[in-house]
Design a protein around this ligand. Structure first.
Ligand code: NAD
Length: 340
């Protein structure tokens, strides 16, 4: 039986990354019945809205989606489709693993971090307005006990299920005494329910320094929405950049898999950017579907191609101008060849 999966190509480099990933997935021998849905610029052209209702109903029906990045206008224009999708489907946990692979020119070997980011509230709730246009504006930061409880529980359950060492809650409770004060108190309460898993907390600015200097001291990091977004880009920089950083948005019933990175619009249509972040997001999807064997085969093939270092995109070469760098589809071809 084929898995029916919602497939959202997205904007910018999204469609070419999703095509590469789809080819890798199909090469596993598993059957997929793709329910292709437009969101972002393509959807505006067709139906006048960046997030048509059919996208949400498709994901609700299929329960699983693979998604390319979607562009959000800066400062003006429509609100983020990515944030709206996570909120509308209550995909409350954003899981963003960052694991180093051999063969990439990076500062540290053996980095293995997982950022668990709250995905539905904080400053991303988008409650903001002008007080005096062009002079003053306000944004309201929303943090609630139920959202803190479920994201911290998700982090501990993930740590337990995956044999991880410890959980670190990251906050700014010294300054944001009400919002992050609540997050920290709840994290400490939930941690007491998991005596088998060590727990600690760090203030976010200190955490940035520590991750850059001593990433091996950390394991699962649980935090609020904005800090999670920033820390996961930082963690991707430790393992080879955004081209290597996969992600999953997970709710109680539904899951949407997408890379950490955005649409990298300057490279759109150039067959240039690294498909690994999207392919590893698909590996997370295969695990979610219970297809662990296929997931391991794809992961192994990616690692082999990256270690060999020949058929890799520009960002994984020692210099960005390396003339031996291959394109998005050629790297996917090499991963498919390594699988067989
Ligand atoms: P970006 O992630 O698109 O790019 C940041 C940098 O990383 C750029 O130098 C880019 O070239 C590089 N990069 C990104 N993906 C790469 C890949 N696969 N391989 C190699 N290099 C890669 O971030 P941005 O430029 O800040 O944002 C562009 C657009 O994407 C914005 O509209 C933003 O809102 C949107 N965005 C969407 C998502 C999402 O869909 N979930 C996430 C982040 C940003």
């Amino acid at each position: 039986m084929a898995y029916r999966i919602t497939l959202i190509p997205g904007d910018g480099t999204g469609p070419e990354l999703v095509t590469a990933t789809r080819r890798v997935l199909e090469a596993t021998g598993i059957s997929f019945d793709w329910d292709v849905q437009d969101a972002g610029a393509a959807a505006i052209e067709k139906s006048g809205t960046p997030l048509p209702n059919e996208v949400l109903t498709s994901i609700q029906a299929n329960r699983v989606a693979l998604k390319g990045p979607i562009t959000t206008p800066l400062g003006t224009g429509f609100r983020s489709v990515n944030v709206a999708l996570r909120k509308a489907l209550d995909l409350y946990a954003n899981l963003r693993p960052a694991r180093s692979m051999k063969g990439i020119p990076i500062r540290y070997d053996h980095v293995d971090l997982v950022v668990v980011r709250e995905n539905t509230e904080d400053l991303y709730a988008g409650v903001e307005h002008d007080v005096i246009p062009n002079v003053a504006a306000e944004s309201i930061r929303i943090i609630t006990r139920p959202a803190c409880e479920r994201i911290v529980r998700f982090a501990f359950d993930y740590a337990r299920a995956n044999g991880r060492r410890k959980v670190t809650a990251v906050h700014k409770a010294n300054i944001l005494k009400f919002t992050d004060g609540l997050f920290l108190r709840v994290a400490q309460e939930i941690a007491a329910e998991y005596p088998d898993i060590p727990f600690e907390d760090r203030i976010v600015d200190n955490m940035c320094m520590q991750l850059v200097e001593r990433p091996h001291e950390y394991d699962v990091i649980v935090t609020t929405n904005l800090f999670g977004d920033i820390l996961s880009d930082l963690c991707s920089g430790l393992v080879g950049g955004l081209g290597m950083a996969p992600g999953a948005n997970i709710g109680t019933e539904l899951a949407v898999f997408e890379p950490v990175h955005g649409s990298a619009p300057k490279y759109a249509g150039k067959n240039k950017v690294n498909p690994v972040a999207t392919i590893l997001s698909a590996v997370l999807m295969l695990h979610h579907l219970g297809e662990h064997d296929a997931a391991q085969r794809v992961q192994g093939a990616v690692e082999q191609v990256v270690v060999e270092g020949h058929s890799v995109t520009y960002d994984l070469k020692p210099t960005r101008e390396d003339p031996t760098a291959v394109g998005t589809q050629e790297m996917a071809d090499a991963i498919i060849a390594a699988m067989s």
